[in-house]
Write a protein that binds this ligand. Structure first.
Ligand SMILES: NC(=O)c1ccc[n+]([C@@H]2O[C@H](COP(=O)([O-])OP(=O)(O)OC[C@H]3O[C@@H](n4cnc5c(N)ncnc54)[C@H](O)[C@@H]3O)[C@@H](O)[C@H]2O)c1
Ligand SMILES: O=C[C@H](O)CS(=O)(=O)O
Length: 485
């Protein structure tokens, strides 16, 4: 039986939105979009290439003067209408996301609200893109510093959070007067297209926000080679981010990179173990572990390791694996067979290093790309999962003895996106929060993502921030005006 409910059909757009027009690829070629839970083909979207992308970029350049000349309040009003439309359609947009990405409907609806919160946040921030005046060096001199929109922007987004990764780029861009062309992941284009349709309904003018689906490399090259594109914002793997950064260098584009992670999760002996176990569930199993900021390696102080493991297992056993449309399901399918094979590779490597499977450890009996929530004990600090993100529902528990040892393990990574630790001693909280190498740190919490805070990483996890007032600055340039009158 198809998961495509009648109420969803009006949200399934099988054309791209370019310059306010819904259009197919020039070649007529399409890409199939499948439901990861059933492998059913749910839609076909245009397989666009360079010409369509260049058209969208040109339309963004043409639309830029009028959009940037609107007042911040006028742009804010359009964003507020977009926010209202997204929330009015939260249920349908959530079900659409489950259809193409697989996460449970409740979680998908949560992402829609999270995505909408970026629109609301930047509608408010639009009117706070402040400059400054600086005392002149002479009686007749005035120094003024203003913030101006970067101009035409391009964004490339991943499949794991198909709504939030779009709005946390588009909302700040539009707020400050930029225009933007977005290429969503080919696995999950429908959410992006539906969001663009609602933006159009909200009054975003033609060309200000276009969505182009198709060949990633070709579209990416059209973005990076264009003289008109002044900024690229990318969310995805570190490897692709580095490629885009290098390709953007010849035209000196501004670039924001939200890349891969490998979050350490440390449980100290002075932690509240019940809170730590729940925090690990919250962080690790969100989106079946397919989250850039999820705990990827768990370090547990040896003296409380057994007690913590039992508390964790009690909660893992309560996780319900199934189709995201079924009531009560908390763990959906992984996005692809390739994703399952990576999880299997990490578990096999951990076992070779001496880790023991204390729960799960294999594909789920449902078949397809479902995987059992898995807990490994007696892990070691040199397992493959401590070096690359697993992107699946696996908790590798690694014992440690001292605070210094734990911090050393945590920082022994090329990545630095998110990190978490549970402790109650004030001095330990200060030392570890300041010593850990990450862009974002959760102390006694496993959930840190929100629109008000600057989201981003260090080292191989990227550069730039999204959300907070910092997220607005990513889309502006400073202009210094020295007046002598
Ligand atoms: N830091 C963050 O905020 C964040 C958020 C979500 C995902 N991620 C990371 O993204 C990765 C998982 O997502 P993914 O598998 O979609 O990543 P990915 O890098 O394979 O793809 C991301 C996007 O880039 C496009 N792409 C792929 N190759 C490209 C190329 N050569 N040129 C231009 N575009 C190209 C894809 O089509 C997709 O739209 C993980 O590493 C995860 O940690 C990071
Ligand atoms: O995959 C990483 C995203 O950024 C998810 S979230 O921002 O933490 O929701």
């Amino acid at each position: 039986m198809s998961d495509i409910r009648p109420n969803l059909r009006k949200f399934i757009y099988e054309q791209c939105l370019i310059n306010g027009e819904w259009r197919s690829a020039d070649s007529g070629k399409t890409i199939a979009v499948t439901n990861p839970a059933t492998q059913e083909v749910i839609a076909h979207v245009p397989n666009c290439g360079a010409t369509e992308t260049e058209h969208a970029i040109q339309a963004a350049a043409t639309a830029l003067p009028a959009w940037r000349q609107k007042t911040a309040a006028e742009r804010a009003q359009v964003l507020k209408r977009w926010h209202a439309l997204v929330m009015e359609n939260q249920q349908a947009l959530g079900e659409l996301m489950t259809l193409e990405q697989g996460k449970p409907v409740a979680e998908a609806k949560g992402e829609i609200a999270y995505a909408a919160s970026y629109i609301e946040w930047f509608a408010e921030e639009a009117r706070r893109s402040y400059g400054e005046t600086i005392p002149g060096l002479t009686a007749s001199q005035r120094i003024i510093v203003t913030r101006e929109p970067v101009g035409v922007c391009a964004a490339i987004t991943p499949w794991n959070f198909p709504a939030a990764m779009i709005t946390r780029k588009v909302a700040p861009a539009l707020a400050v007067g930029c225009t933007i062309v977005v290429k969503p992941a080919s696995e999950t284009p429908l959410t992006a297209l539906a969001l663009a349709a609602l933006a159009q309904e909200a009054g975003v003018p033609n060309g200000v926000f276009s969505v182009v689906t198709g060949d990633a490399k070709t579209i990416g090259e059209a973005f990076t080679s264009s003289e008109l594109v002044r900024k690229i914002s990318f969310t995805g793997s570190t490897a692709v981010g580095a490629t885009l950064m290098a390709a953007s260098a010849p035209t000196l584009k501004r670039i924001s990179l939200e890349l891969g992670g490998n979050a350490p999760f440390i449980v100290f002996d002075d932690a509240d173990l019940d809170k730590a176990a729940q925090g690990l569930i919250d962080s690790k199993f969100r989106n079946a572990g397919q989250t850039c900021v999820c705990a990827n390696r768990v370090y547990v102080q040896r003296s409380i390791a057994d007690a913590f493991t039992q508390k964790l297992l009690e909660k893992v056993r309560a996780l319900n694996v199934g189709n995201g449309f079924d009531d009560g399901v908390t763990i959906g399918p992984l996005i692809s067979e390739k994703a399952v094979e990576k999880v299997e590779k990490h578990i096999a490597d951990a076992k070779q290093h001496g880790a023991e499977v204390v729960y799960g450890g294999a594909r789920h009996e449902l078949g397809g790309t479902w995987f059992q929530p898995t807990v490994l004990s007696n892990g070691t600090p040199d397992m493959l999962c401590t070096k690359e993100e697993t992107f699946g529902p696996v908790v590798p528990l690694i014992p440690f003895d001292s605070e210094e040892e734990a911090l050393g393990y945590a920082n022994a990574s090329e990545f630095g996106l998110a990190a978490y630790f549970y402790a109650r001693d004030a001095g330990r909280i200060r030392r570890v929060a300041e010593g850990i190498e990450a862009g974002m740190v959760g102390v006694n919490t496993g959930l840190i993502s929100n629109a008000t805070a600057p989201f981003g990483g260090v080292k191989a996890s990227g550069m730039g921030r999204e959300g907070g007032h910092q997220g607005l600055d990513e889309y502006t340039e400073l202009k210094y005006v020295c007046i002598d009158v």
